[in-house]
Design a binder for this molecule. Structure first.
Ligand code: HEC
Length: 107
């Protein structure tokens, strides 16, 4: 009885860890596929991924503003962020996940 309980706990634990890993890699895959063209190198005035000078003032606006700008697009002093980076088929939740990933990359 004890053994089977241990096995069940181990199985549940590995499923939970597997899922959270899947989410993290999904976010970076989505970023790579849809946002990296501009954000990896800072093309067209896009804030470069992981660049604190480019991101700190943006992060200071709070995530709600960042989500809104990423989902609906916005034009700032540097250029234009297209709604959802031009990939309107992405859900709002997917965009939020990617924005969280981008914010987490700021050093
Ligand atoms: C065609 C180029 C391009 C693509 C593709 C693109 N972006 Fe952007 N993004 C920009 C530019 C340019 C800005 C900065 C505009 C400014 O500040 O003047 C920006 C700014 C942002 C910001 C900061 C908003 C703020 O309030 O400062 C976020 C967050 C963002 N992009 C998320 C994304 C996400 C998520 C994707 C992929 C789904 C994406 N971007 C794809 C060009 C792009």
């Amino acid at each position: 009885m004890r053994d089977s309980l241990t096995i069940i706990i181990a199985a549940v634990t590995s499923i939970v860890f597997g899922l959270s890993n899947a989410c993290a890699s999904e976010a970076s895959d989505l970023y790579d596929a849809h946002c990296s063209a501009c954000h990896n190198l800072g093309v067209a005035g896009a804030p470069k991924i992981a660049d604190p000078d480019a991101w700190n003032p943006r992060v200071a606006q709070g995530n709600k503003v960042l989500y809104d700008h990423a989902i609906n697009g916005f034009t700032g002093e540097n250029g234009s962020m297209p709604p959802k980076g031009g990939f309107v088929e992405l859900s709002d939740e997917q965009i939020k996940t990617i924005v969280e990933y981008m914010v987490s990359r700021v050093n």
